[in-house]
Design a protein around this ligand. Sequence first.
Ligand code: DHB
Length: 399
Amino acid sequence: MKTIKTQVGIIGAGPAGLTLAHWLKKHGIEAVIIEHRSREYIQGRVRAGLLEQNTVDILKELGLADRLVKEGQEHHGVYLNFDGKRVRVPFGQLTGGRNITIYGQQEVVKDLTEAWLEKNGQLLFEAPALELEGIETDTPKIHFEHNGEKGIIECDFIAACDGFHGLGRKSMPKDAYKEYSVTYPFSWLGILAHVAPSSEELIYAYHERGFALHSLRSEKVSRLYIQVENDDHVDNWSDEQIWEELSVRLGTEGWKLNSGPIFEKSITPMRSYFIDNMQHGRLFLAGDAAHIVPPTGGKGLNLAVADVKHLVDGFRDFYEKASMQALDNYSTIALKRIWRAQDFSNFMTTLFHKQYEHGSFHYQLQKAKFDYIQLSEAYAMTIAENYVGLPFESFEALD
Ligand code: DHB
């Protein structure tokens, strides 16, 4: 039996777990990460690629943004389409210069993993957590398995950054939280293709045939999505059909979609989920372990990193000032941003997806919102500030 002693035991080497480990190390707090999956798996997992200003600032501050700055693309606005009409929401003048950066989540994971291992950080891959023991005591333990051998992490705190299906949330007593869940009646078919992006900025589109999104990864790789039925399957879609559908849904006068070889296709269901308490005793949840937002607006990774910021504040208070106050307040402060992101992700999803008959009452409400973006700078600003992400200070001022 292998026993590892550390201050913070982290389950999960996704964006939340890795960012937490690096940030704690910067402040002299020890952490060990165990990850259920292999390194190849977590680095190959295709996810969104939209980093808010806060996230980029944090990664820069931690010295983890060299490749992100080189290869990521800073965007200063976003295009919104409705029935073939296109408007642009500029970020700069509406948000006081805040922006987003497009850089794939798996690239962030690659960079953070490499940097952690370079610093001789402990990270065990293919090491599933089996059981959490003593989360209501000051000496919690993570039981895990690695290379067929059982092991224990003895720590002061457990940070469960282990995703929606992880052990972290399942280890909270059922009466410690209330859960909220909405499943949307549509999914996204996402593709990666070897083709130059057809737009220098993202395009979100409502079309009577359904939602479409044009995003990108580099000068040579485009990332695109279309709304499909929940029970649809990638095999139902030939490459030609996907390009045809994207071209129709994203279409606007004087614009043409470039097509090219598709090298990744997958379907993502759309769900809003969250629990109203992210901690119990010495166990703290961060990222998808505690909340899922529908992908429209790309908030998932950014929320995970924001949780980590509050967790780090809490752990620093504990180790530097022997105070539990900030940790006790972790859920309360994190949930303010999470609710905001739930609302914004739901807003973007509702605005651009076809959920009701084209021309119906609900369609008219969607269209009225789209028109309002063009009528009112205040409304465009609301969208822009949520899209780039509100600064941390905004939430700290809330009761
Ligand atoms: C991407 C994904 C999103 O959900 C989004 O809103 C914007 C961009 C992406 O994968 O690039």
